[in-house]
Design a protein around this ligand. Structure first.
Ligand code: SF4
Ligand code: SF4
Length: 517
């Protein structure tokens, strides 16, 4: 076993695949990181600015060299502008996801789209009631139409009032706190700075405008706007995505699945869905599991079609459909290297462009589907919600057709999986607790457990894969702190066996007792 592989990942399946990559000379994201060394120190610290063509400008944090950019921006201004722009990119990505869900709900409600349906009417009514939509005596499509309109309004509204979703979902105390902070900022600085978001798109555009070289140079107001934009996402776009997807595809309930590369099965046609938005993958899963497609796979000598998830699309499929999980984002190249993946189907976000090139070493069809995420070298099958069934079928058929091209000599699948229990939506947590959070509050108040921590976040190739996800979680549960999470953390935790009942043995006495109640 190579030391290098052990330095790169804490996941035994990844280590096996990294050894294979080294032997077969498959280039990985870790190799490319190495080739980039040493990375520019200015860029790493954020004291480099490329916002206009008078630059790039660099400020030496050690005080040697220029202290201002060409326009006069200080290091603090430059760092704040860069960070604000990163917040804008993150907010726009996740919020665009919410926009897609709102547009789809609108189309379903008005009958323009018949490939999808309103699955969870209870959730629809709960969301509508929270938003102040009248539900009595009205049909579900009528209610859904109003909910979709309110959601879409959050993106483009132009007045100064807070987003309806933010206003209706934030705890009153928290809402009040944000209002108070706005007042205090005005009092202390004489400048108007907002925390409560007015429009999701507006807060993103505000950052792009504000970070123009000749607009905002005050690190404080730049950072406050970054906070406002982040809230527009967290209490706007991302919240809309969660709520409306539950209405469309069903609110997650507890289910079990397997996680890690061992879910890829050498005897089956393997399809991996990867990315973030479930509208495509819901349909690909449905089609892949259809008798028609299973039969098509059997006809060409496979046992059937095996569909597995990767990254956050994988999380969505795991939570709602119990689909097995191949891994988090750093597994995307490693999964293709198993040589047993007929198709990797992607939507948006966290798709390495390298996957197109790597796929050419195998028979794998790397299929992009979004107009926002096209990648040179990929097969592009344009996904459109209104023709979802037909397109999903074409995608699955493409995978089935690729199976005979598989080179069995290149197949290597680490036989490593862990079992995971997932699907803890807010509604499911409440159901498990007997309808109220009171039992949880009680065990926190009496000190049996010390609190609850939410962990989200991606793999970053600069950090040993899954190491911090695993170690942080172990330390927290050992100290009687309950952990909930999503994103790549959830997959890392699932692979490490931290999301099944055996994990109780690693918990402190208090948390263990609560788990066993
Ligand atoms: S543009 Fe910035 S990050 Fe890139 S090399 Fe120049 S100083 Fe470094
Ligand atoms: S905005 Fe200012 S600091 Fe940034 S590149 Fe232009 S001149 Fe340089």
């Amino acid at each position: 076993m190579s030391d290098l592989s052990h330095q790169r990942s804490a996941d035994p399946a990844a280590i096996e695949m990294l050894n294979l990559a080294e032997k077969e000379q498959y280039e990985t994201i870790w190799d490319r990181l190495e080739k980039q060394q040493p990375q520019c120190g200015y860029g790493q610290l954020g004291t480099c600015c490329r916002l206009c063509t008078m630059g790039p400008c660099r400020i030496d944090p050690l005080g040697e060299g220029p202290t201002h950019g060409v326009c006069g921006a200080t290091a603090d201004t430059i760092v704040a502008r860069n960070l604000a722009r990163m917040a804008a990119v993150g907010a726009s990505s996740h919020s665009d996801h919410g926009r897609s869900a709102a547009l789809l709900l609108k189309d379903v409600a008005t009958g323009r789209n018949t490939d999808y349906r309103i699955t969870d009417v209870e959730k629809l009514q709960a969301v509508a009631t929270r938003l102040g939509v009248i539900t009595e005596g009205r049909s579900f499509p009528e209610i859904a139409n109003d909910v979709a309109d309110i959601a879409l309004g959050c993106f483009g509204k132009q007045d100064e009032t807070p987003l309806p979703f933010t206003e209706k979902y934030l705890l009153p105390k928290r809402f009040q706190l944000f209002e108070d902070v706005e007042k205090q900022l005005l009092k202390a600085t004489g400048k108007k700075m907002g925390i409560l978001p007015r429009g999701i798109d507006r807060e993103v555009v505000d950052i792009l405008h504000r970070t123009h070289f000749g607009t905002d140079a005050d690190p404080l107001s730049l950072m406050i706007q970054a906070v406002r934009c982040s809230i527009a996402d967290g209490w706007g776009g991302s919240l809309i995505a969660t709520e409306l997807q539950d209405i469309l595809y069903g609110t997650p309930t507890i289910n079990t699945a397997k996680a890690n590369l061992g879910v890829i099965d050498a005897e089956w046609v393997n399809i991996i869905v990867h990315g973030h938005e479930p509208s495509l993958s819901e349909k690909v899963v449905e089609m892949a599991l259809s008798e028609e497609m299973q039969q098509a796979a059997r006809k060409i000598g496979a046992k059937g079609v095996n569909i597995v998830g990767l990254c956050c699309t994988g999380n969505e499929m795991l939570m709602r459909q119990g689909v097995d999980m191949a891994g988090n984002v750093l597994h995307s190249e490693l999964a293709i290297m198993t040589g047993a993946v007929e198709a990797m189907v992607v939507d948006v976000q966290c798709i390495y462009p390298s996957l197109a090139n790597l796929s050419t070493c195998f028979h794998t069809k790397f299929i992009t589907t979004s107009e926002q995420a096209t990648i040179p070298g990929a097969i592009h099958i344009q996904f459109e919600d209104e023709h979802a069934n037909e397109i999903a079928k074409r995608i699955v058929q493409t995978a089935v057709d690729a199976y005979p091209e598989r080179d069995q000599g290149k197949v290597y699948i680490p036989s490593i999986t862990s079992s995971a229990i997932a699907g803890f939506s807010v509604e499911e947590i409440l159901r498990v607790l007997g309808g109220s959070v009171a039992p949880l509050i009680e065990v926190i108040a009496n000190g049996t457990i010390k609190g609850v921590v939410g962990i989200v976040g991606c793999n970053n190739v600069k950090v040993k894969q899954d190491l911090y996800h695993k170690e942080l979680t172990k330390h927290l549960i050992e100290k009687d702190i309950l952990v909930v999470g999503t994103g790549c953390w959830a997959i890392g935790a699932a692979k490490a066996g931290l999301m099944n009942l055996d994990a109780q043995s690693m918990a402190g006495d208090g948390l263990k007792a609560v788990c066993q109640q």
